[in-house]
Design a protein around this ligand. Sequence first.
Ligand SMILES: Cc1cc2nc3c(=O)[nH]c(=O)nc-3n(C[C@H](O)[C@H](O)[C@H](O)COP(=O)(O)OP(=O)(O)OC[C@H]3O[C@@H](n4cnc5c(N)ncnc54)[C@H](O)[C@@H]3O)c2cc1C
Length: 441
Amino acid sequence: MTEADLIIIGAGPAGMSAAATAARGGARVLILDEQPRPGGQIYRDVGVAAKHRPWLGPDYAAGAALLEALDHDGIRIETGVTVWRVEVGPRVVWSRDGVSRIAQAPQLLIATGAQERPVPFPGWTLPGVMPAGAAQVLMKSAGLLPRGAVLAGSGPLLYLVAVQLIDAGAPPRALVETQRRTDLLRAARHLPRGLRDAATLWKGLGLLRRIAAAGIPRHPAASGFRAETASDGGIVFSFTSRGRAQRIETPLLLTHQGVVPSTHMSRSAGVEHVWDHVQKAVRPAVDGWGAAGVPGIHVAGDGAGIAGAEAARVGVQRGAKHQCYAEKTFPDAEIVLYGTQEEVFRDLALGRIDAQLSDSLIAQESFLSTEEGADYTFLDGDHIDVECYGEGVGIAVRKGDEELARAFSDAIAAIRENGTYAAINDAYFPFDIYGGRPEGM
Ligand SMILES: Cc1cc2nc3c(=O)[nH]c(=O)nc-3n(C[C@H](O)[C@H](O)[C@H](O)COP(=O)(O)OP(=O)(O)OC[C@H]3O[C@@H](n4cnc5c(N)ncnc54)[C@H](O)[C@@H]3O)c2cc1C
């Protein structure tokens, strides 16, 4: 059995960065990856391909620095191996050339990345139809370039592959895009937040400009995909664009509808998974440190959730009533779950999350009134929801003693009316401890 301080499954940017950081801190790290060389999806084969395939672009070549950081005595890399089981321990079971081995360490990091979102349509399994990401794998690892391909679907990878093909002298025949004008309008409301990452937006606009300059025909608002085998063995691709039926013949149809976290290993490790409303995908429930709620197991990189600049991150204690409220009220935000409230406050102070939800009193006493919370404040308005929080705090009286219940209610109404309640409130709390009332109550 192999022993280490930290086992990392996946040698993509997340796994490589974690390995280099842990090794610099003195840990013995074992990295396992099923590819022949480290790099992951984005930097696949960067060590050998960056020099020979300049058309893969400067972002690709930038991965070489991560690779160099792996050259450390504390890091051992096993490539060409498939991890197929994660057990309590944590222990991982992996195979190479049909021989299985076991490795054990106090800490395990699952950094297995993302996979393309599978979206079936008639003919999607025909020879001559494949995911655009898979074609990019062949471009990176073998220098294979498809001629006259049609790219169909949506997402940044579609545009990136189009530009890489243009630069490699194998421009695609057409770009068939599923997003509609209404999708763009819906996305426009995220623009102010998106501008915080203007460099990425600029990069995206640059890709679109390059596609336009190369004269690649674009078919927007496309739907009703259907692929059939043509008489010459190619593909007849039919679809509707802006309400008009279209038909294109191509030797290779490359489809793509974004990427989703690859959860095979985190599921195998017994990690809890949640539905991500922003990414519309299932992802492991991890806190801001990647801790996955199972002793010694962490998840990082795209496998923990596709990093999206547009999503605010709201922290909340796992299983608390605030989780219900956060998921219901902020469907566009990324809800980050934590084991304890202390961890939520710590990550808020470190800037790992943008906001948090907890009881007002706890937020005030444990965070806002401390040095770390000096630059933070309550969000305006009452956050009340009978479904998640119930009807609030009450005073219990003996069953049927309506006279006493009425006396309490009248007394509370009277002190709220004459300002006594406000005076007591203000002496102790910088917010209204009484709270608001849900509509209709
Ligand atoms: C097909 C594809 C192509 C992409 N191309 C680009 C691109 O060109 N540019 C870009 O910006 N983004 C690209 N992305 C997005 C990309 O996922 C991220 O930008 C980035 O690579 C994520 O880094 P990561 O370290 O989280 O995971 P990854 O880079 O995906 O690395 C995960 C690693 O885990 C290994 N692994 C997974 N399961 C196992 C297992 N069971 N046993 C052993 N090893 C395992 C994989 O071999 C892989 O090397 C692509 C995504 C996909 C799915």
